[in-house]
Design a protein around this ligand. Structure first.
Ligand code: GLU
Length: 285
């Protein structure tokens, strides 16, 4: 399996904690065990939350952990023209529409008509009710607008089956997603956010393909988002990597670690004298 390419893709919005260390080590060790390549990608599209100091700290922490990666490191903030080109192509195919709904508009639309019917929750929150789906899709793509993917139109244009191979323990096997699941449980997701010119879903799919990633390793919390990524890959003519969704590192109360859990920051353990081997043990490796 010398052709194996994995990646770790942190966002520089805070210190790396034990959960990041685990994700990075899983990706790194999978590549090393296969004699493959381990890549790094800085997911810094949200410029309001990303800081250069956090990026510098990421390199420092990963080095300290004993991980090495190929240069150059990909940074999403360098790739905005690629994201724009993909959005232009999708716009020309009529599968995107501008959305002007606020979060409150969406909540109101969802709670109004069918009382008692539970609201379907998708990977990005409540399934969008389609309020703006009738918006015109002609002419030049509106800049600086929220653009949603018309999921039904996307399904009609993309070749199925929408399957991927999962090697993580909790969903092991070939995972398929039906058209009904896409429309009912995912819905018209946002592909371009205002002031960002892209979204996590669009960028991650384009970047994994551009980096030639063959095995995506990441937390279990992103399992359902992978269904979106597979549809985007089919729509954009990109290969689908193998996916390995791994367990999440939790705190003593069973809650998954978040960026704000600075108490579990790697830098703090380092300062207290922990070794990289201690960190591996702490995350159960
Ligand atoms: N930047 C994302 C995160 O920090 C990466 C997700 C992924 O690996 O696709 O969760």
């Amino acid at each position: 399996m010398a052709g194996v390419v994995t990646r770790f893709a942190p966002s520089p919005t805070g210190p790396l904690h034990l959960g990041h260390a685990y994700a990075a080590i899983v990706a790194h060790d999978m590549a090393r065990a296969a004699g493959g390549r381990f890549l790094l990608r800085i997911e810094d599209i949200d410029q309001t939350r990303c800081r250069p100091a956090w990026e510098a700290q990421i390199y420092d922490d990963l080095q300290w952990l004993g991980l090495s990666w190929e240069e150059p490191v990909m940074r999403q903030s360098d790739r905005l023209p690629t994201y724009q080109a993909a959005l232009d192509a999708l716009w020309a195919r009529g599968v995107l529409y501008p959305c002007t709904c606020s979060r409150r508009d969406i909540e109101a639309a969802l709670s109004a008509p069918q009382e008692g019917v539970p609201i379907a929750m998708g990977p990005d929150g409540p399934v969008y009710p389609g309020t703006c789906r009738h918006h015109a899709r002609v002419g030049v793509r509106p800049a600086d607008a929220v653009l949603r993917l018309d999921i039904a139109a996307a399904l009609a244009q993309a070749d199925g089956p929408f399957t991927f191979v999962e090697t993580g323990a909790s969903h092991l096997g070939t995972i398929g997603t039906t058209g009904r699941h896409y429309t009912g449980h995912i819905g018209d997701i946002v592909l371009s956010r205002r002031d960002m010119g892209t979204s996590y879903h669009l960028s991650v799919v384009l970047d994994d393909a551009a980096q030639g990633v063959t095995h995506v390793t990441r937390g279990e919390d992103l399992f359902d988002a992978t269904r979106i990524h597979v549809l985007l890959q089919r729509l954009l003519g990109l290969p689908t990597p193998v996916y390995h969704h791994h367990r999440l590192i939790r705190d003593d109360h069973g809650k998954r670690l978040a960026k704000r859990d600075d108490a579990r920051a790697l830098a703090k353990y380092r300062a207290e004298g922990a070794s990289p081997a201690d960190i591996r043990r702490m995350v159960g490796l």
